[in-house]
Ligand binder design. Sequence first.
Ligand code: NAD
Length: 455
Amino acid sequence: MTLTTEIPPIVARLRAAFASGRTKPIAWRRAQLRALRRLLTEERTTLEQALRTDLGKSPVEAHTTEIGFVVNEIDHTLRHLASWLRPQRVSVPLALAPAKARRVREPLGTVLIVSPWNYPVNLSLAPLVGAIAAGNAALVKPSELAPATSAALAELVPRYLDAEAVAVVEGGVLESTALLEERFDHIFYTGNGAVARIVMAAAVKHLTPVTLELGGKSPVVVEPGVDLATTARRLAWGKFTNAGQTCVAPDYVLAVGGTAEPLQRELAAAITEMFGDDPARSADYGRIVNERHFDRLTALLESGTVVAGGRHDRGELYIAPTVLGGVDPDSAVMSEEIFGPILPIVEIPDLDAAIAFVNEHDKPLALYGFTNSEETKRRLTTETSSGGLAFGLPVAHLAVPELPFGGVGDSGMGAYHSVASVDTFSHTKSVLDKSLFMDTMKVAYAPITDLKEKL
Ligand code: NAD
């Protein structure tokens, strides 16, 4: 745990490093990204163990959703960085010619990254990739609710990266509050909306721009006629990875026109296929982060009829992959983000009602559609608003590097991944360059009435 008295000198060190210019050369950025890649590959086992301790994550899941995910992000960034950073020439209006104009990226300065517990490696280091790629000094504050991963990052990051310009501060509310007292040039926060409001209020003091990567309920619309067995497998995969503790996990299903019952049967079969008869014994199934979330989640089981799963064990922080049928849209499970392995199925008569339902609620981080109809895809695209939209497969839009990842409205503001990260952590400076040779601006100078004489 970092002492709050240590925070101001750490921030001062980072600011001095940025002011010295050391983070700006592309060579420094590349070297740091390669060092971060080495950290992830050489210390893979340490990180996997920490993720197992914090969340019961299997090594395979730890790799695909966290460690390998960030490695891919680094590789993609290293491949494209030079072209992303190249100044872009833009045309100049005739009245200003001859002149040159270009857009030039500059780093923002010293940035703060505050991350949550559910993907503690990914959500701490993927934003860091963007911050470094854009040439910033950066401070990462991992979540205290994933303490083993937080400790591993605090130990490893300074060993591999330039400790003058990149730091990890460990801690919870006290330390975060102390950090938010400091001046940063950007705050990148991932977590819940209540804390996002605290972060944004703190940012006001220094007029610091913020990116807020939040959550909410991500709905799924399932239409009749689709292959329900495949739909169920993909939903089970998206929902029960990390025991449902994924910001873009399918939160609930709007089962259109009689699809609810057959879908529930297919979901039950898919769960058994993936995790066996007793998912508690599956090496691939994770655990709930702590007792508070366990108690919150088990209370939600009252909101419907358990049609699959439902077993839970507080001592093990285990909740089976669960499907709830006959769910009332006004019940508790439908009133807050579930963020756990419970999938409610709500019956809805038609697409119009499904679209109206989505639009009556907060703008989701993701919306998923399972349909054979291009018209339905068009309607979901144009008649609803969400951070991301995916047809036929949940969650995986995050793995498409050139798709910016972020929310809208209650699910957040700003985006990242790939070039969107560089956009987030840079300022695009407008540069106009007009030669002093021959004064073509004479027509603009007062007195304007003498225009003819000037020409
Ligand atoms: P959390 O409790 O770990 O909190 C997130 C961070 O906020 C932590 O680093 C924590 O120390 C800090 N924090 C807590 N209280 C604070 C305070 N008073 N002042 C300043 N900082 C404070 O994680 P969480 O918020 O429970 O995360 C889950 C939420 O995050 C869900 O809503 C989920 O959907 C969302 N989420 C979003 C994304 C995304 O990329 N959009 C990713 C993961 C999670």
